[in-house]
Design a protein around this ligand. Structure first.
Ligand SMILES: *[C@@H]1O[C@H](CO)[C@@H](O)[C@H](O)[C@H]1NC(C)=O
Ligand SMILES: [Cu+2]
Length: 156
């Protein structure tokens, strides 16, 4: 029991800082990925960075998601169907900086109902300059003064 708890705690402690740094955006928020929604207005005041995620939520079959180039975005050109994301809960990790374009390939959703999203992905937040890091050594002074109490598990 206690070892399971410890294992779980360790995993959570290791994973948590990694997760907390990236932002996960539900495209369209409560509206999800749908027709007649202004995705440019939705994206306008958001800052997208490498490592962040876009989640496209929709009823599977009703829509899909294509990552396209700027020309295809403009003209609502659909790539081959096998390139579509279709699960209804599609996560895209923003892997590189730059302009990114997404469209729905179902019927005329892109062309006639504005189901298209264009964003600009910025680089990850700068880490400390590499020229400074190797020559400077910081002692690890942070330590938890509160030891975890597992004694309660013995009283079962
Ligand atoms: C943009 O995408 C379309 C459709 O997938 C493709 O036909 C075209 O060659 C692409 N253009 C560029 C410049 O990559
Ligand atoms: Cu659609």
């Amino acid at each position: 029991m206690a070892s399971n708890l410890l294992a779980t705690l360790s995993i959570v402690l290791i994973v948590l800082p990694t997760v907390a740094m990236a932002t996960e955006y539900i495209v369209g928020d409560q509206a999800g990925w749908t027709v007649n929604f202004d995705y440019q207005a939705w994206a306008k005041d958001k800052v997208f960075r490498v490592g962040d995620k876009l989640v496209f939520k929709y009823a599977a079959g009703a829509h899909n998601v294509f990552k396209v180039n700027g020309t295809a975005f403009q003209n609502c050109e659909k790539p081959p169907l096998n390139e579509a994301l279709t699960s209804g809960d599609d996560t895209i990790v923003l892997a590189t900086p730059g302009r990114k374009w997404y469209i729905c390939g179902v019927a005329m959703h892109c062309k006639l109902a504005g189901q298209k999203l264009a964003i600009t992905v910025l680089p990850q937040v700068e880490a400390p300059a590499p020229s400074i890091a190797p020559s400077t050594h910081y002692a690890m002074t942070t330590s938890s003064s509160k030891k975890a109490k597992f004694r309660s598990t013995l009283w079962w």
